[in-house]
Design a protein. Structure first.
Length: 88
């Protein structure tokens, strides 16, 4: 079984990675590797030639999911800030 896009079409341009953060399994078979954003923690599939802009944070030394995470605020720091707001 192949990985499907949001329209139900098979995705055949999924890039395999040397050090994946996770994997997608369908019917017991691995169909894609995932990368994890060092700033927000979301997992995403790297697709060859998709045109989606990804990035690399030199401070955290890891991949970021896109422009919304381009500013370096590590996930741990976001959790600490959320806890401080919750305590007030």
């Amino acid at each position: 079984m192949a990985l499907l896009d949001e329209f139900g079409r098979p995705i055949d341009d999924v890039a395999s990675m040397a050090r994946p953060s996770g994997a997608i399994f369908l019917d017991g078979q691995q169909v894609a590797d995932t990368a994890q954003c060092v700033h927000c923690g979301c997992h995403f599939v790297m697709r060859k030639g998709s045109g989606t802009e990804r990035g690399w944070c030199r401070n955290c030394n890891g991949v970021v999911c896109g422009r919304k995470c381009a500013t370096c605020v590590p996930f741990e720091k976001k959790l600490d800030l959320a806890e401080k707001v919750g305590r007030r």
